[in-house]
Ligand binder design. Structure first.
Ligand SMILES: [Zn+2]
Length: 110
């Protein structure tokens, strides 16, 4: 599995960094943005586990709010255990969703 960088958008109008979206810049509404490679490391702001998630998601569904570079926040899924608030995690884009993985250096297989 490759270590893909986290890609964010940099607004060419005001310089704001935000999650890539089809919508214009959330601050100045400019439609020109440049993809920027950001660090995939982020800090957990909140984490919760849903025992009965919406249809189409497997239980337990672990949701993690992560803050990455420039205070950009994103909602990600944890496939393993739920991380602690304040923990540093690695964020990876997986199709339409973001996933977090512990940055624990122990080389676990799986
Ligand atoms: Zn802008």
């Amino acid at each position: 599995m490759s270590a893909d960088p986290l890609v964010l958008s940099r607004c060419e109008g005001c310089g704001l960094l935000y999650l890539p979206t089809a919508a214009p810049c959330p601050r100045c509404a400019t439609h020109r943005e440049t993809p920027v490679e950001a660090s995939p490391l982020g800090t957990v702001l909140a984490a919760t586990e849903l025992a009965s998630p919406s249809e189409g998601w497997t239980a337990p569904h672990r949701l993690v709010l992560v803050e990455v570079q420039d205070a950009v926040r994103l909602l990600a899924m944890a496939s393993e255990s739920l991380p602690e608030v304040g923990e540093t995690v690695r964020v990876r884009r997986d199709g339409e969703v973001y996933r977090v993985m512990p940055t624990d250096p122990v080389g676990r297989q799986g």
